[in-house]
Design a protein around this ligand. Structure first.
Ligand SMILES: [Zn+2]
Length: 655
């Protein structure tokens, strides 16, 4: 039992970390396929051992909260995610279940699963009045300004009845390649894949920039059916001017369904957009209602995921790069090869343990995988193609920049030389980057020049440097120095979460910095936070917590924070209200409800309410399920308002 609990806890932590990579940082490190395998194992364990289920289990969530900067929009009808399947056998069993539960053999609609970002569009009196991202399924973000720039989205239709259209926004593969080429020239972070860039583009604050991204959209349905069936509604949308995919097909038999799933797969390589599978939906709305749904997904639809695309190429060399934290990362230098529509010439190998696990040698032919939404990864060597000329990847002994001896910490090799220019350069690039302090003009070449001149060592120097001495530097001149000093001045008023991210603590990405700023409010409070306090925050795992507490004890970060604080940067968050219809109200749950209590508590908190610890006359509402006991009696005696589950859900849904 002890070992099962351990395995379960480890699994929860692992999936939580992947969720952050995927939903929060938009930088997944495993393929969807591998993720789903972990997730299924979790569900299996939770079914077998319900007593182990943790409140913070990823199975309790279907997404992540919206980032700041865009208004929130609550979906009238939840945007569900779909259950996944990977084989014909599993597809057969899905179809068999539908037949069994409906006592009919109804037709299915089979559609390609476009690898993009789902959106919900509201039309009233024939005009587009609202557009939102999927978000966590219940609440998305207002992206109307960007959606209006997508040419495939009609701004007006001749339908005057209210219409809520669901669609998938995507970036064509060719536009994606061009965008990344341009970003590389400009020294910006590259997008991992077209899905990643479509999602990122939709969240831009400046719609003029979004308009240049050449996004498109396929409509895949309505939020709730209006016509006699899903297929009929799709055809109606097509007539109204929405883009409906040509490969959408109404299939009458199980055989036809499987044939069409295979057909879509055979077209995958030749499409101008990426797909990662097919979606199979019961066509008839009446039968959909009868089948119903689970907490996470409808029982009338399933996604059939195709495996990731693979390619084979030669490993020419392994280079080592030193990052802002001093970690040295091996990078595979590959003979350029095309996979999933883009050319791959480099791929991170993460760390030396991974290199060893893969068993690759320099000169090997290696297999390369690029799923719909992961950065390309080397998956192994083709041992049968070895000639004997291959050589082992050497362990890095010295820093590739300062040549200082490296220190081994777990899987990482780290340059701990405090004077290392490689680490310092990484830290400066990170600090001035657009998603951090956003100091325009402080590009990579200027950083390198100023470092060579000895004027710039740490980010704190940016605020104490003598900029007048730059006026005579070649290629700079008065105007650019004025712009530079203005940008530096402007950066002093950046909010705490940006400063915290810019400081560059290990494991702290943009979103983690935002969460830390929100939860702890100031650097002084964060410095005193224990690992337990940190891991109590959803989305912060044990390893991240350890990295943060350790870093905040190191002189390197303490000194940097102190100097930046002296320079007047913000190390405290501004206070703001959470909002929500339950703001200022307290709830308590008693008795048995139809779903786990934690689900209701999460909903209450999401809507701004608080969970009380006991019944008192200050309690706003008691939600009483079946077999409610003494708490119900006490509440009634004190005149506290008592709600049934249905009454509560009605209140919550009215928001
Ligand atoms: Zn070094």
């Amino acid at each position: 039992m002890e070992s099962i609990k351990k395995e379960y806890d480890r699994l929860v932590e692992e999936i939580k970390q992947h969720d952050i990579n995927y939903y929060v940082n938009d930088a997944p490190v495993i393929s969807d396929y591998d993720y789903d395998r972990l997730y299924r194992r979790l569900l299996e364990m939770e079914t077998e051992h319900p007593e182990l289920v943790r409140d913070d289990s990823p199975s309790r969530r279907v997404g992540a909260p919206p980032v700041e900067g865009l208004e929130s929009i609550r979906h009238e009808v939840r945007m569900m995610s779909l259950n996944n399947t990977y084989s014909d056998a599993e597809l057969d069993s899905f179809i068999a279940t539908v037949y069994k539960e409906t006592l009919e053999e109804p037709p299915f609609v089979v559609e390609p699963k476009i690898d993009g970002a789902s959106v919900s569009l509201v039309y009233e009196k024939g005009g587009l009045i609202s557009a939102a991202t999927r978000g966590d399924g219940a609440v998305g973000e207002d992206i109307l300004h960007n959606v209006r720039t997508i040419r495939a989205v009609p701004l007006v239709t001749e339908e005057t009845q209210r219409l809520v259209v669901r669609g998938e926004v995507y970036m064509p593969v060719e536009s994606f390649s061009k965008l990344n080429e341009k970003r590389e020239e400009e020294g910006l972070t590259l997008f991992a894949n077209p899905r990643n860039s479509a999602a990122g583009s939709l969240k831009l604050l400046d719609s003029r920039e979004c308009a240049k991204r050449n996004l498109s959209m396929f409509a895949f349905g309505l939020d709730k059916g209006q016509g006699e069936s899903h297929f009929a509604d799709l055809m109606r949308l097509k007539r109204l001017g929405f883009r409906v995919n040509d490969m959408v097909k109404l299939c009458k038999t199980a055989e036809e369904v499987k044939e069409h799933v295979a057909f879509i797969r055979s077209k995958r390589e030749s499409l101008s957009y990426e797909i990662d599978g097919a979606v199979i939906k019961v066509d008839n709305y009446r039968l959909r209602d009868r089948l119903g749904m689970t907490i996470k997904a409808p029982k009338w639809a399933i996604a059939y995921k195709y495996p990731a695309e693979q390619a084979v190429t030669k490993l020419l060399d392994v280079e080592f790069q030193v990052g802002r934290t001093g970690t040295v990362t091996p990078v595979a230098i590959l003979e350029p090869v095309k996979v999933s529509g883009s050319t791959v010439a480099r791929a991170t190998l993460h760390n030396m343990d991974e290199v060893e696990r893969l068993g690759i040698r320099i000169g090997d032919y290696v297999s390369l995988e690029k799923g719909g939404d992961v950065i390309p990864k080397v998956t192994g060597a083709l041992a049968e193609r070895r000639t004997g000329e291959e050589r082992a990847v050497p362990l890095p002994e010295n820093c590739p920049v300062c040549h200082h001896k490296l220190v081994r910490e777990d899987v990482a090799f780290r340059c701990v030389n405090p004077e290392c220019t490689g680490t310092a350069r990484g830290a400066l690039r990170h600090f001035t980057a657009r998603n951090a302090m956003d100091i325009r003009g402080f590009g990579e070449s200027l950083i390198d020049r100023l470092m060579d001149l000895g004027m710039l060592k740490t980010p704190a120097d940016i605020y104490t440097m003598d900029y007048n001495s730059l006026r005579t530097m070649e290629g700079l001149g008065n105007k650019s120095v004025d712009n530079l000093t203005a940008a530096v001045e402007e950066s002093r008023s950046k909010p705490f979460e940006k400063v915290l991210f810019a400081v560059g603590l290990p494991s702290v990405g943009v979103r983690t910095a935002e969460i830390l700023a929100q939860e702890f409010g100031s650097i002084d409070r964060l410095k005193t936070a224990t690992e337990e306090e940190l891991t109590a925050v959803y989305s912060i795992g044990a390893l991240v917590a350890q990295d943060i507490t350790e870093a905040l004890r190191q002189p390197k970060y303490i000194n940097l924070i102190n100097s930046l604080r002296e320079a007047g940067l913000r190390f405290e968050a501004e206070k703001k209200d959470a909002g929500g219809i339950f703001e200022g109200q307290t709830f308590l749950i008693t008795g048995t409800l139809s779903r786990p209590r934690a689900d209701f508590e999460e909903l209450i908190k999401n809507l701004g309410g608080k969970i009380a610890s006991g019944v008192s006359k200050n309690l706003s509402y008691l939600i009483a399920g079946e077999k409610a006991g003494s708490k119900l009696e006490k509440a009634e005696k004190l005149g506290v308002r008592v709600l049934t589950e249905d009454e509560f859900m009605n209140m919550a849904e009215r928001s």
